[in-house]
Design a protein around this ligand. Sequence first.
Ligand code: PLP
Length: 399
Amino acid sequence: MPILAGRMSQLGTETAFEVLARATALQREGRSIINLGIGQPDFRTPEHIVEAGRKALADGHHGYTPANGILTLRETVAADLHRRHGVTVSPDRILVVPGGKVTMFFAILMFGEAGAEIIYPNPGFPIYESVIRCSGATPVAMRLHESKGFSFDADEVLGQITPRTRLIIINSPGNPTGGVVPKAELDRFVAGLARHPEVAILSDEIYGEMLYEGRHTSLTTYPELADRLILLDGWSKTYAMTGWRLGYGVWPASLFADAERLAINSHSCVNAAAQYAGIAAMTGPREPVGRMMAAFAERRAYIIPALKALPGFRSATPGGAFYAFPNITDTGFDSRAIQSRLLEEAGVATVSGTSFGASGDGHIRFSYAASLAALEEAVGRIADWLGSQRQHESARRQA
Ligand code: PLP
């Protein structure tokens, strides 16, 4: 038997991929499954972006690119950050990587080790806690408050900082809740960080262009954080490009060489055609992004009230992304049981809140990146299933 390194036993996973595999297996058996489990837009990548990737391949862009990404792409990202946030970022601080996850992996690896603490959102994207544990560091859960639309409380987070804290991870708009941290809370958080100059920040803004009201506040707009802020962003969600594997990090100048060395040690560079597609995405027409967001807004307007109307369900209204994270404690089922029974018995794939950390208990996540018709069908199936459970229950009581 090969003997694995101890850290492998600490590595978690993303349940959404397991749910996807089970949903696909059930579909292969002929079952009708509505998949609201996986977090990806249900749109095709806009045609002009696909065409740019195709052209790059036809033009012979088949070799390695610089490890940090082709210069034109990094310049395009810098211009995009200026357009969106009004900030000036040197392309020399931008590291293009295969998907948003890679910036997260590198940042956590760079700061995590035995004895270190990393504060991360819980409920949150499961890979944060998984990689923190794998790195040997201690994960410290940042509470997100359902009553505050799943924002954190700045004073509470600042109070969790100890001399061992190396990194704090922020994710707004957030997965799995769709929660948005209000600017006033971010202001308080950043002001308090002045007392902790040795703590680095990873701001995961992969859903930064997916807001339903108001404007996204990027942590890049706080100049006082520039020497310790790592921005995680990418193309996956905004441009419906999850399968292209394209993302980027903006690193403080002092950390850039380390981040680039991690890239050279792991993936060398990103697939060249994907990088050309990434340029087309950011420089091309913005209507496709607007159309997608309009569709998500319409779906949100349907699904939140529809979920709230289900017996035992209540739900905050997500401010961004495309997730609903209703509280299902009053149904009498626990999160894992309801995830599995909805999939097996009602044909609706969701993800248990516990897959996003202990604080997700009592919730399930719906990714409403599906057509309105599919959402209506899913809600109808869940209502029927809940109704049949109630009937069983009252029959059992009478017996
Ligand atoms: N960060 C968050 C909060 C996410 O939800 C996801 C994907 O679901 C990612 C990062 C990773 O994105 P990518 O597919 O570009 O690696």
